[in-house]
Design a protein around this ligand. Sequence first.
Ligand code: PMP
Length: 407
Amino acid sequence: MALAALESTREQFPILKETIRGKRLVYLDNAASTQKPDVVIDTISDYYRHSHANVHRGVHALSQRATDQFEHARRLLQGFINAREDAEVVFTKGSTEAINLVAASWGRTFLQPGDRIMLTEMEHHANIVPWQVVAQQTGAEIIVVPILDDGSLDMEAMAKLLDERVKMVGVTHVSNVLGTVNPILEITQMAHAVGAKVLVDGAQALGHLRMDVQAAGVDFYTMASHKMYGPTGIGALYGRRELLDAMPPYQLGGGMIRSVTFEKTTYAALPDKFEPGTPNIADAIGLGAAIEFLSPRLEDAHHLESELTLYTHERLSEIPGLKIHGTAPGKAGTISFTMADVHPHDIGTILDSEGVAVRAGHHCCQPLMARLGVAATARASLALYNTREDIDVLASALRRVREVFGL
Ligand code: PMP
């Protein structure tokens, strides 16, 4: 991306003009949540100013306007991931709720004692805990694919563990700690060969790389708006129609029924069957705006973030005593590190005093932390508005950490 184009992109994020503790904000906590461009903020505000009413059931003009905008956002999402039809896109609160929906609805219906759910050592708690509970409820068993030392998935181990007992493979597209980009097409082909379904947690992927759910052959794909320049409180589940049609509703109430008597309820067609109650209309529309913002920039952003990832690794490797966790080839811009015995929270606090926002902790990946042999890491994560200058500020702030701790 040409520098001028990048500058104009940065201009569109008002928060990047903030100063933090008197310093220019260097925002490197994008894996937790990205910042929002004007167009997303304005779209939400315009919606409430000019178009708000409840969707779907109204005959009046505002309700129709809100419904049109809400359903338009669904079609934008459908196009963005290349789903076959918009009904295969179910709005949820985020990736967490989307995984819970599949675990509870598909899992409780189709899993039996002796069945296996295959997860990986790099999963976020959101793609572990719902499966654990469903395993307890159904008598299914969880098996775990290990990672290699560079943070890539051990595909040989996966091949050995995969047999017809495995009914579901739950895998993250991009690791929120290691930055590893998993080979989704290869995984779906291997899983389908033994009759297993594949759920891909796309929370960390969609803001950074182009995903085609049909080409990748995934059965379920989960999305988090707030990590792709969209608002919080909204996300989506993609599911193949055949699977979603066969699944019972996850939550029950108004808006998801065809008819109700006290004796019996029949359910609405997709996607309404999985969207009871008043949905998060404004943020769905805001997510639509984020997709319109992101989609034309995605390839450039991917290229820029890949270069910046290499640069970050280079600059951080120059710092004595700093260890990067996750060096898989082609990794995304999520760089976790530890520094000698310094607690990651102390690293985060000192960086904050320099205006640099990173995250420190277990990143909701305690099993992965155990595999890495650390309690926590500090994590810098990139987005399309980050620059080499941001990384230079990070590197000098990390040298400050060394000074403070007398390293
Ligand atoms: N999976 C991964 C890999 C994540 O990084 C996160 C967010 N930390 C989630 C799931 C949860 O996503 P959401 O915030 O949309 O519920």
